[in-house]
Design a binder for this molecule. Sequence first.
Ligand code: B12
Ligand code: SF4
Length: 534
Amino acid sequence: MSVHLVNPSDNSFGTAVITPRWLFVLAAATPGIAGDPILVDESLEQIVPESIRPGDIVGISVHTGNALRGYEVGRMARARGAWVVYGGIHATLFPEEALERGQAHAVVKGDGDVAWGLCVADCLAGKPRQIYEGGRIEGSQFLAARWDLLPRDKYMWASVQTIRGCPKHCSFCSVWRTDGQKPRPRQFQSVIDEIVDLRRIGFRYIALADDNFYPVSYTDLRLAREQNNTAKIEELTAIRIERFQLMEELAKLPRDMVFFTQITMEAGEDGEFLDAMRKANIKGALVGVEAVTPEGLKAVFKDFNYSGEALATQLQTFKKHGVHVLGSFIFGLPTDRPATFDATVEMALKAGVTFAQFVMMTPFPGTVDFARWEKEQDLAHTLVGNVPITRYWLIPIAVRPKMFTPHPTMSSDEIRERTQRVWDRFYNWSAIWQRSACTPNLRARVAFMFLSKLYRQMYAGTGISTDSARRKKSKRWARWTARQCKKLFHASPMPELQSPAWEHAFATPGLVRPAFLGHAGSDSPPPFVVLSED
Ligand code: B12
Ligand code: SF4
């Protein structure tokens, strides 16, 4: 019997930019009695059906974008006699769909760190439940990933999570609903141990796979003080102190390490935080700019962001403190007009963001936007084939529309074409060459240029384009560029690197690997633990 963990994807490039973290975390959550799981990341290579045998357990992670492929893999695995289990954000939101379309035996909702072990044990006993409520576990329970199972030469960046949850409530984002608004920081010692493990095997580029690395803003603290809410002030202060502790420890790691994270623009007000980031080698952050006008920001419930001149200044502040910005912009908001596209790319260039992504408005399940759209569609009943448009992820990719929510003044094609032109303008060779001046030497400059092109191909070329010839060409190009870029990320292993000897506090009971998981290689059966029934 083998456990397989599959990250479904329709696009396999042979090389991937960032490790899908869930694979390595669930590997750590797999009970020792089941042996080491076989990890399959389809963004590298497709799964080989013959590798699955009767009685195997196949865990599949689905987000909305890869759900259709995930269900295909699940049906194939079930037909071959395996136990099929789904998890991940989409399965959490639509467990019935995974049971029906994906022919799941079981679905794990929420965090898998603890629930996956129980589910595997039940499959081994031949009696899995249909639903496991993984819930939202505390930061102290987050498992460290099994990096010993990582194929060394396939990924450019490894991913380590330091916090889950985000206190904001942006209308297009499901994170605050699924991961919760209460930030759940992981103990910094555990984060550092994992990063040390990664540097030892030759990874020096690490993406901090966090929802929001800056969970406590000055405004949050001010509001708590104005309300005289002592408990809140203490809670927020503790989280803030923990962030600084983490960054202090990151700063002690080898200087060649490079970290990247996701953060709100509010961090631009907090020079102390940005300086700590620079010292910690957090060289860049994805900042959700979303819209450049106040109306656009209001439409997405993000009025804590800046617009106009103040926006440019705020983004430049990151750079002044040594933190590069990957600006993320959304097109297709009801407030957008043809002029918005040029205004946006001009703002991105003016604000000096080092990278940018321009995504088209997509109503992701679990979001305010999705709920609103689904309600509107109750009256319209738009079908594509026989699939309601509100279940667009079930529409075969070849005929799936690129945009779903009708815009008051522009057609979907117009938005898509204008978006494509914005990508082209931001990533033309001359603009990239100018931006590459931020690098220290020629080698780094060349690396920067390749990376910029790769980013553009992977995220825009294969995604927005409706023309299949262009998509194919784009994929070939991305595959080739990815191979070249990979070499630039290689670092010599540092097997001698040691983790700091942590104080006693880190050895608290909440932090140990849950006993029922056993240790890798141990064959003691897990005890029976009851989780709430759905
Ligand atoms: C880091 C990150 C990225 C990174 C890295 C992606 C990668 N290779 O891993 C980058 C920046 C590249 C990225 C890109 C995108 N992302 Co992203 N990303 C994230 C983020 C912040 C963290 C993901 C992560 O690694 N978490 C750490 C792991 C350990 O947690 P986890 O994946 O949730 O897994 C746990 C549980 O879900 C569960 N579980 C997961 N799988 C399984 C499977 C089984 C069998 C079981 C039992 C349990 C289980 O157990 C795990 C441990 O507790 C999430 C936000 C979030 N909170 O999920 C968004 C998120 C997943 N991304 C999102 C989106 C939309 C995208 C993009 C489409 C954005 C864009 N427009 O380009 C692209 C798509 C890329 C792609 N093709 O996959 C959405 C997905 C929404 C949805 N409904 O699908 C999220 C939720 C953010 C959001 N704003 O809503 N992303
Ligand atoms: S978009 Fe970013 S800031 Fe907004 S709720 Fe999601 S994670 Fe938080």
